[in-house]
Design a protein around this ligand. Structure first.
Ligand code: PCA
Length: 217
């Protein structure tokens, strides 16, 4: 019996004084769902540099997913942000949930400077727009726990044939934006819909679309 290929979909627990993290709210709702012939497995990661990496490595080993998509909150962003690249630097502006605050330390000692996402981010962008959802390509995932996890998922699967990885940053939820003046927000429903559209596209598209979506600054 062949089991359907897995999508490992990760979200984070709340950090930085928030009581929810929209990434886990959205991701947890999709656990067990089938999309594009794949089965989604949702995993919550702690917003901690050390513990998140351990949990990710264990899940990669046990699950052997075909696709890994990390999702994280990017308060202040207005769109679903498909990350193009993850870099080998941890530089934390605030301590993580375990109190660790690395400054200019590598995610993986001796690892390459960066990894590009191997998901079809341009096709995913087009599909999200088609769905009527605001989306963008982002050229930085920051230097906090999300970038750390985006880098680590690429690094630890780099030698596994056919495994594709990427990261999506999402805005605050409306009820979080209530206490952040001028911060944009997106409803949970829209984020979930976006995740399904993005994952369906990732599962189906092998050769990415050619679509200009770069940034000048
Ligand atoms: N966002 C943080 C870490 C956890 C999360 O949801 C980040 O962007 O690094």
């Amino acid at each position: 019996m062949t089991r359907s290929p897995r999508i490992l979909l990760t979200g984070f627990d709340p950090f930085g004084g928030e009581t929810v993290n929209p990434s886990w709210e959205a991701v947890s709702a999709l656990h067990g769902r089938r999309v594009g012939g794949h089965r989604i497995v949702a995993l919550q990661l702690p917003t901690e540099f050390a513990a998140s990496l351990k949990a990710l490595r264990r899940a990669l080993r046990e699950l052997r997913p075909a696709i890994v998509l990390g999702v994280g909150q990017a308060g202040g962003r207005s769109r679903l942000s498909l990350e193009r690249v993850a870099i080998n630097v941890n530089d934390a502006r605030i301590p993580d949930n375990a109190g660790a605050q690395p400054v200019d330390e590598p995610v993986v000692v001796g690892g390459p400077a960066a990894y590009f996402s191997t998901l079809p981010i341009k096709a995913m962008l087009a599909a999200l727009r088609e769905e009527g959802l605001p989306a963008e390509i982002s050229n930085t995932a920051g230097t906090y726990v999300c970038n750390h996890i985006a880098y680590a998922m690429a690094h630890y699967t780099a030698r596994q044939r056919g495994v594709r990885t990427g990261f999506l940053h999402i805005p605050f939820l409306p009820n979080q934006a209530v206490s952040h003046a001028y911060a944009p927000s997106m409803s949970l429903d829209d984020v979930r819909r976006g995740l399904l559209v993005a994952l369906r596209t990732a599962a189906r598209v092998r050769t990415d679309a050619r679509l200009a979506a770069g940034a000048i600054s």
